[in-house]
Ligand binder design. Structure first.
Ligand code: GDP
Ligand code: CA
Length: 311
């Protein structure tokens, strides 16, 4: 495998699984992760960055293995007390996890950028790969729903458990949010960009919506491949297979190609979807993409790294 610098675009739990595999397959200095920040929100005055934290905890080896998000062995005493005060407590904030949100909020209030905050937190946790928020500017996913009108992302995703029918998804702030210099440089210089099997609409689209990302991807030096989050036409977890058709988006293999049109040189799909590959000779790798164990994650990452050499 000769790619010297690999950039992964990742959301939360699905993205972090492949990021973990890439981190085992590559020397730390060769991997940069660009994370989604459109899930970020404020709760009780705290700045929460769910996707960055999921990737950070995963790379640090301290993520909760059952959920994929939050910290292994965390407790919920603070949340229980909030509920005792009459709060709904629908967003799960673990006791130890709180330290991350407290420090992030504290440093941001001092004028430290989210990029620097993320680097400090990750460094302290022993993460040696680079983890970059795609932008330091405000960016927020909004979902217009049939039942409740426009919902803030976490209201839709966590509180309403993505059950409302979506009419439209957009990213508030995308017109002005710019990539950080570190992100622009990492994308331009990468030998390989991997779009992780994250939710295309909720995790990858907000990264692509930041000013400069699409342009830089189109002018990149290296290759770019995407990994499908679908297996047998179903999402492993979360709303992708429900939400995308609601928005008129096709979740078949060709639908995913169209979604990433002009950006990718290759697409990794599950063997269960091989039958969908049309006659035209597109660069598709069909393999086992379900990542249950750490071995699955590393095997898939290595397979992808080997396969891109043949593109
Ligand atoms: P979130 O931000 O925590 O919702 O996570 P992501 O957006 O990063 O990932 C959600 C997507 O990951 C879902 O669409 C899932 O189908 C996909 N996913 C989760 N686990 C796997 C897996 O083991 N293999 C593949 N191919 N996709 C997965
Ligand atoms: Ca997310």
């Amino acid at each position: 495998m000769s790619a010297k610098s690999v950039v992964a675009l990742a959301g939360g739990v699905g993205g972090a699984k492949l990021v973990y595999g890439l981190a085992q397959a590559l020397p730390a200095e060769q991997l940069t992760v660009i994370g989604n920040v459109a899930d970020d929100f404020e709760l009780y005055g705290l700045h929460i960055s769910p996707d960055l934290d999921t990737v950070m905890y995963t790379l640090a080896g301290i993520a909760n293995p059952e959920t994929g998000w939050g910290l292994a062995g965390d407790s919920w005493q603070m949340l229980d007390m909030l509920v005792r005060y009459g709060e709904e407590g629908w967003f799960r904030l673990g006791d130890r996890d709180m330290a991350t949100h407290l420090l992030r909020t504290h440093w941001l209030a001092q004028g430290v950028s989210l990029t620097e905050v993320t680097a400090r937190l990750a460094c302290a946790l022993g993460v040696r790969q680079r983890l970059l928020p795609v932008t330091d500017d405000p960016l927020a996913t909004l979902v217009d729903t049939v039942e409740y009108g426009t919902l803030a992302f976490q209201e839709y995703f966590v509180r309403r458990r993505w059950q409302p029918v979506a009419r439209r998804v957009w990213f508030e702030g995308a017109e002005t949010a710019r990539t950080t210099p570190a992100v622009a440089q990492a994308l331009a210089e990468a030998d390989l960009i991997v779009i992780c099997p994250s939710n295309p609409v909720l995790s990858i689209a907000p990264i692509l919506a930041v000013q400069g990302v699409r342009e830089t991807l189109q002018q990149r030096a290296g290759r770019c491949v995407a990994v499908s989050p679908f297996i047998g036409g179903q999402a492993i977890k979360g709303p992708a297979a429900k939400l995308m058709p609601e928005l008129g988006l096709d979740i078949s293999v060709s639908g995913l190609w169209n979604f990433y049109e002009g950006l990718i040189d290759g697409l990794v799909i599950d063997v269960a979807d091989t039958f969908q590959i049309a006659g035209e000779h597109k660069a598709v790798l069909a393999t086992y993409t379900l990542m249950k164990t750490d071995e699955d994650k590393v095997r898939l990452a290595k397979e992808i790294l080997d396969w891109v050499e043949t593109l």
